[in-house]
Design a protein around this ligand. Structure first.
Ligand code: CA
Length: 224
């Protein structure tokens, strides 16, 4: 589902410029032309990001920013004609995540928005675990207990495949297709060779075997 953007801005020309551009980029857009309305819209249709003008009739942008921040952690991008350092600091103190000084280009707005979405994205669970094996899919490092296991790229891919499918028998064909693609002939004993490497490395300290052979079929990652 496309991200929902709430624009709180009283200047029609800027609202139109933003609304058209953001819809064209595939975002869902809500518009409020004053702070009170903006807060109400944010309550009724929680946005994924707020573009908030500083100078608004009634509640000003700083006040709206503080109230939005008190209610949650939605990313807030403030628009301002003021570009003095003290004003920026006040905005950041009020809980704004970033700033754009008018006039700004639409490309710059999009870039700032993307950066805020990246920051707001929940961290993807990036460690696979099975028994005392751990695989950090961010750094591509593997551990057995506290011990680091040095893996080549293919060994890593093979172990990752096992750890994504614990206790499931993986056929040779499936392993072949997922780890090697069709780079090798079907008669190759490459899988046997790499399973042997993985066993040597994961059982180096005499740890119990985790990668078991299922005769005539393939392999399975399981505890004894
Ligand atoms: Ca304004």
């Amino acid at each position: 589902m496309a991200e929902r953007i709430l624009i709180i801005e009283d200047e029609d020309s800027i609202v139109q410029f933003l609304e058209r551009g953001l819809i064209y980029e595939g975002y869902r857009v809500n518009v409020a032309k004053d702070g009170e309305t903006g807060l109400a819209v944010a309550r009724d249709n929680p946005p994924d990001l707020v573009i908030l003008d500083w100078m608004l009739p009634g509640l000003d942008g700083l006040e709206v920013c503080q109230r939005l921040r008190a209610a949650g952690d939605v990313p807030i991008l403030m628009l301002t004609a003021k570009d003095q350092v003290s004003d920026r600091v006040r905005g950041l103190d009020a809980g704004a995540d970033d700033y754009l000084v008018k006039p700004f280009s639409f490309e710059e707005l999009l870039a700032r928005m993307r950066a805020l979405f990246r920051r707001a994205a929940p961290a993807v669970p990036d460690v696979l675990r099975f028994a005392d094996l751990r695989l950090d899919t961010g750094t591509h490092r593997a551990y057995r207990g506290d011990r680091v296991i040095d893996l080549t790229a293919k060994e890593y891919e093979l172990l990752e495949l096992f750890m994504q499918n614990p206790r499931q028998v993986l056929t040779r064909d499936l392993i072949f297709e997922r780890v090697w693609g069709y780079d090798f002939g079907g008669e190759s004993n490459i899988i046997e060779v790499y399973v042997r490497y993985l066993r040597q490395k994961t059982e180096e300290q005499g740890e119990p075997r985790l990668i078991h052979t299922v005769r005539g079929v393939g392999y399975v990652l399981r505890e004894d």
